[in-house]
Design a protein around this ligand. Structure first.
Ligand code: B16
Ligand code: MG
Length: 216
């Protein structure tokens, strides 16, 4: 087998927390009287908290309307909304097909990593009951560039000690697919709204994941 590692995005791949990120930003946008809908939200997937806020402000022509302190307070407000929403997550919230795909990969001797730019990733993986299943979890606090920069996928491969060409990345965002390709890896896309580079293997949902048929 050529592939030696699978590197998973978290939000929108392992669990449907992408919907909670949307709800948490929507609550803030509504309070400020700003436009923010599901289409706008596609641009936020895989993007850091402050970069996400800047996209919402840009959409509303308000990029220069706030000081850094005010923007940090808005990020804190969004994160408080998000933490409240994910507080009830349990192992039942792991998306269909993910547990079997991970088990099959491990049985075939592959290593598993998580490439999430979310600072809430460890808490979420703990609530899902799978934090110990991974050989490496990227520390979002140490990642300086948001996807589509390849940094987080490159860090995962280096930490596992595996060359990128032997890694497969799984992502639900356009920015994430670009990051995987820029890192020199093969990509599996989960319900990606493609606006530029398409995933090597586009799937409609995680339920379609099939390790034996898709990973060589
Ligand atoms: P936090 P991923 C990303 O996670 C989300 O897609 C993105 O919407 C979010 O803004 C980002 O994490 C930061 O999350 O505010 O919790 O630190 O898709 O890379 O798993
Ligand atoms: Mg994602």
């Amino acid at each position: 087998m050529k592939t030696k590692a699978i590197i998973f995005d978290l939000d929108g791949v392992i669990t449907d927390s992408a919907k909670y990120h949307f709800e948490a930003w929507k609550e803030l946008a509504d309070r400020l009287g700003y436009k923010f809908d599901e289409d706008d939200n596609e641009r936020l997937k895989g993007v850091s908290r402050m970069d996400s806020l800047n996209i919402i402000l840009e959409i509303n022509n308000a990029l220069d309307a706030f000081t850094l302190e005010e923007k940090e307070a808005m990020c804190t407000e969004k994160n408080d909304n998000y933490v409240k929403l994910i507080s009830k997550v349990t192992p039942e919230d792991i998306l269909p097909g993910i547990a079997k795909f991970m088990a099959d990969a491990k049985a075939a001797g592959l290593r598993l990593a998580v490439a999430s730019v979310s600072k809430n990733a460890p808490a979420l993986l703990t609530s899902l009951g799978i934090i110990d299943e991974f050989d490496y979890i990227a520390d979002a606090r140490k990642i300086s560039k948001s996807k589509p920069d390849p940094e987080i996928f490159t860090v995962c491969a280096e930490s596992l000690g595996i060359e990128p060409e032997y890694c497969v990345g799984v992502e639900d965002s356009q920015a994430g697919i670009e990051a995987i390709h820029a890192a020199g890896m093969k990509s599996i896309g989960i319900n990606v709204t493609v606006t530029s580079i398409a995933p090597d293997l586009p799937l409609g949902s995680t339920a379609e994941l099939d390790f034996a048929a898709m990973v060589d």
